[in-house]
Design a protein around this ligand. Structure first.
Ligand SMILES: Cc1cc2nc3c(=O)[nH]c(=O)nc-3n(C[C@H](O)[C@H](O)[C@H](O)COP(=O)(O)OP(=O)(O)OC[C@H]3O[C@@H](n4cnc5c(N)ncnc54)[C@H](O)[C@@H]3O)c2cc1C
Length: 397
C-alpha cells in the first residue's frame, strides 16, 4: 500500500486549492497510510478510514449522501433496505452452490472477475461471481438461482457511470452478452418504431438513427455505455434525455419473470429512472420522428464540438461526478471552491472540467471516493449546496 501514496497537489488550473483543502487531503492520506490493507486487495485502503479522516469534525452530509448513492447504485436489484441483508448474505451465501445452479442453467460463470476490466474508470476490485448472460432464459435462471441462495445481484451495463470499490462486489454481477446487442427497425412515413437490445452501445444507436434520418437521440453523441445503463440513468445532454423517446421497457424482474413496462409505469427524472419493481432491462421500444438530415448532422457535430472543447481526454473517467444542483453547475461550484486540479493519489479533479475526476494511471476507488467526500463537504460548507453524486458507488465499501 505504501508504494504509491499521494502526490497531493493542486493542479495547473486557474484556481488555487486552498491550504486547508490540501491539508485535508494530506490528513486523509496520512490516515490511509496507517490502516490495514483492505480485506480482498492488499493494495487498497478501506474507504471508511478515508471517510473518518475527511469527515473529521465535518458535517455528516457528505457521508450520508455518498452512502445514499452507494445504496442507490445497488438498485434495481438491491436497495438500501437490503443493504444489511446483503452484507450478511456475504458471509453465509454458499458461493459454490450458486455456481452449480448457474452452471446447470447453462451460464458461463467466472469467480473473482476483476471489475476494473469492466469500468470506464479502469477501477474496481473483484466480483465474487460474474455472468455474461447469453439469453433471456439464462438471465432468468441466473436471477432465480441467486435469489434461491440469498445472493445479492448487481447489474452491470458498460460500467461508464460506476465507481466500484477496491474490495469489489460481494454477490453476483450480471452483464448482458452479445445476443442483447440488436436493433429491430419498423420505419414509416413519420419516423420509426425501434426495438433495441439493452446491450447496444448508446453511441452506436445515435449514429445509426441519425444516419437513418430519425430525430430524438442526437443529444446522445459521445455518451458511452449501453442502452440499458442509459435508460436506468435516464442519460442525457444538451437538453435531451433518453426517457423522452421510450414507449415500453422489456425486463426481467428479480423473481426471474419477464415483464413489459409501458411508459406510464416509468418514472424518468434527471439522471434517474424509477421502475415499479426491481428489474433488469433487456430491451426497449422507442418512437423516433423523421428529421431533416442536415439539421440532425449539425446537431451531432455541435454536440461533439462542445464535448471536445470542455471534457477531459486521454485519462479514464466516469463522466460527470456530481449532478448539477438546481440553478447552477456542479463544475462551477467545484471550481469556485478551488478543487479544479486537486489530486489524491492518482485521482484528480480534471483541470479541464472540474466535475470530472480522472484516473491518472493507478488511482484506487478509495482515492476517488476521498475526492468525492472532500468536494461534497467543501461545497456544502462554503456554498451551502449539497452535491449529489451522479456516478454510482458500487460494491463493498
Ligand atoms: C466520458 C464520459 C462522458 C459521459 N457523458 C455523459 C452525458 O453527457 N450524459 C449522461 O447522462 N451520462 C454521461 N456519462 C455517464 C454514463 O456514460 C451514462 O450514465 C451511461 O448511460 C451509463 O451507461 P452504462 O451502460 O455504462 O451503465 P453502468 O455504468 O454500467 O450502470 C449505471 C447504472 O445502470 C444500471 N444498469 C445498467 N444496465 C442496466 C440494465 N440493462 N438494466 C437495469 N439496470 C442497469 C446499473 O446497475 C447502474 O446502477 C458519461 C460518461 C463518460 C465516461
Amino acid at each position: 500500500m505504501s508504494d504509491r501514496r499521494p502526490p497531493i497537489a493542486a493542479g495547473a488550473g486557474p484556481a488555487e486549492v486552498p491550504a486547508r483543502v490540501v491539508d485535508a487531503l494530506h490528513a486523509a492520506a496520512r490516515a490511509a497510510e496507517s490502516v490495514r490493507p483492505a480485506r480482498r486487495d492488499a493494495d487498497s485502503v478501506a474507504v471508511t478510514v478515508g471517510d473518518e479522516a475527511l469527515n473529521g469534525g465535518a458535517s455528516p452530509i457528505a457521508t450520508s449522501s455518498a452512502r445514499a448513492a452507494a445504496h442507490d447504485a445497488m438498485s434495481p436489484l438491491v436497495t438500501a433496505d437490503d443493504a444489511e441483508a446483503s452484507s450478511s448474505a456475504r458471509s453465509v451465501a454458499p458461493r459454490e452452490s450458486v455456481v452449480a445452479a448457474l452452471v446447470a442453467a447453462g451460464a458461463d460463470v467466472r469467480r473473482d472477475e476483476p471489475l476494473a476490466r469492466h469500468t470506464s474508470f479502469r477501477i474496481g476490485g473483484p466480483a465474487d461471481l460474474f455472468v455474461a448472460a447469453a439469453t433471456v432464459s439464462e438471465l432468468q435462471a441466473a436471477l432465480r438461482a441467486a435469489r434461491a441462495h440469498g445472493y445479492p445481484v448487481f447489474f452491470l451495463g458498460g460500467g461508464s457511470n460506476l465507481l466500484v470499490s477496491d474490495r469489489g462486489v460481494r454477490g453476483l454481477v450480471v452483464k448482458l452478452g452479445k445476443p442483447f446487442d440488436f436493433v429491430e427497425w419498423q420505419l414509416d412515413a413519420d419516423g420509426g418504431a425501434l426495438r433495441v437490445g439493452a446491450a447496444v452501445p448508446f453511441k452506436r444507436l445515435v449514429a445509426q438513427t441519425v444516419a437513418a434520418g430519425l430525430a430524438g437521440l442526437e443529444f446522445g453523441e459521445g455518451i458511452p455505455g449501453t442502452i440499458g445503463g442509459g435508460l436506468l440513468m435516464n442519460a442525457g445532454a444538451f437538453g435531451g434525455e433518453i426517457g423522452g423517446v421510450v414507449t415500453v421497457l422489456e425486463a426481467v424482474d428479480e423473481s426471474g419473470e419477464r415483464i413489459d413496462l409501458p411508459r406510464e409505469r416509468l418514472g424518468f427524472a434527471y439522471r434517474r429512472l424509477t421502475l415499479p419493481t426491481r428489474a433488469l432491462i433487456t430491451a426497449v421500444r422507442l418512437r423516433l420522428e423523421r428529421g431533416d438530415a442536415v439539421t440532425l448532422a449539425a446537431s451531432v457535430a455541435d454536440a461533439k464540438a462542445r464535448r471536445d472543447r470542455h471534457q477531459p481526454k486521454g485519462h479514464p473517467n466516469a463522466g460527470s461526478i456530481f449532478k448539477n444542483p438546481p440553478g447552477t453547475f456542479a463544475g462551477r461550484l467545484l471550481e469556485e471552491v478551488g478543487l479544479k486540479g486537486a489530486r489524491l493519489g492518482d485521482a484528480m479533479f480534471s483541470d479541464r472540467h472540474a466535475n470530472f475526476i480522472v484516473n491518472l494511471g493507478r488511482a484506487r476507488a478509495a482515492d476517488v471516493k476521498g475526492l468525492i467526500d472532500l468536494a461534497t463537504r467543501t461545497v456544502q460548507r462554503r456554498r451551502g449546496v449539497e452535491l449529489e453524486p451522479e456516478v454510482r458507488l458500487v460494491g463493498d465499501w
